[in-house]
Ligand binder design. Structure first.
Ligand code: T5A
Ligand code: NA
Length: 209
């Protein structure tokens, strides 16, 4: 007897320091998958459109202050709000291309001095990515890119700490990419990786962080 269950979508997360090129690569990947007729959705965290996201936005723009542990939990809450629709999309065969996820939460908060293991707790149980595409960039190169320095966290010293924390979070599902490569070359490599991840995820259960 055959069960004609629909192949699920993949959860592909982009991570990296500020200005590493995540949004650029996410959008290109989404467009290319769409052009091939694939079901795909683009998400980004923080999602600044929700009430929690608006509080986060004010904090990032230095328009409000919040204790480090409180803002950490708010970033996590902002992800949990999206979980029902994420799981529904994956189940329906839609691949999710996600610009930042729980690893940003842990790397940025622990770079401030919060305990790394404590930082992981609020996100435990979130859908686990099938792949994390990490855009690796020396901070000097990131600082030369557009707009660096406008938001909270965009200082050289802090970004160096964030990069060091990210390195502690790597698992076998991380793909390290050289973010200094030309945009199109990077996208070609990312597309090949994503295609394989999408194929491999089809019949595997969605994991949990
Ligand atoms: N945060 C986030 C937390 O503290 N906790 C959390 O839980 C989460 C989820 C906002 C901040 O929030 C923190 C982390 C952040 O500090 P955001 O909204 O993702 O996060 O930040 P943005 O400002 O939107 O994005 P980034 O600064 O991270 O930039 P991207 O998306 O990495 O880079 P992108 O694609 O916008 O490119 C930047 C510039 O570089 C050029 C682009 O054209 C652009 O000008 N560029 C390249 N140039 C040369 N070669 C390449 N390969 C290039 N790729 C892009
Ligand atoms: Na971005």
């Amino acid at each position: 007897m055959s069960t004609s269950s629909l192949a699920r979508g993949a959860l592909i997360v982009f991570e990296g320091c500020d200005r590493s090129g995540k949004s650029t690569q996410c959008l290109m990947l989404v467009e290319r998958l769409k052009a091939l007729g694939k079901r795909v959705q683009h998400l980004r965290f923080p999602d600044r459109s929700t009430p929690t996201g608006q509080k986060i936005n004010a904090y990032l723009a230095n328009a409000s202050e919040m204790q480090d542990d409180k803002i950490h939990q708010l970033f996590s809450e902002n992800r949990w709000e999206a979980v029902p629709s994420m799981l529904e999309a994956l189940k329906n065969g839609t691949t999710l291309v996600v610009d930042r996820y729980a690893f940003s939460g842990v790397a940025f908060s622990s770079a401030k001095g919060l305990d790394l293991e404590w930082c992981k707790k609020p996100d435990a149980g979130l859908p686990a990515p099938d792949a994390v595409i990490y855009l690796d960039i020396p901070i000097e190169a990131a600082m030369k890119r557009g707009d660096f320095g406008n938001e909270r966290y965009e200082t050289r010293a802090f970004q160096e700490k964030v990069a060091a924390q990210y390195k502690k979070l790597q698992t076998p599902s991380w793909m390290m990419m050289d973010a200094r490569l030309p945009i199109d070359q990077l996208q070609a490599d990312i597309f090949n990786i994503a295609s394989k991840v999408i194929a491999d995820a089809q019949n595997a259960p969605v994991g949990k962080l």
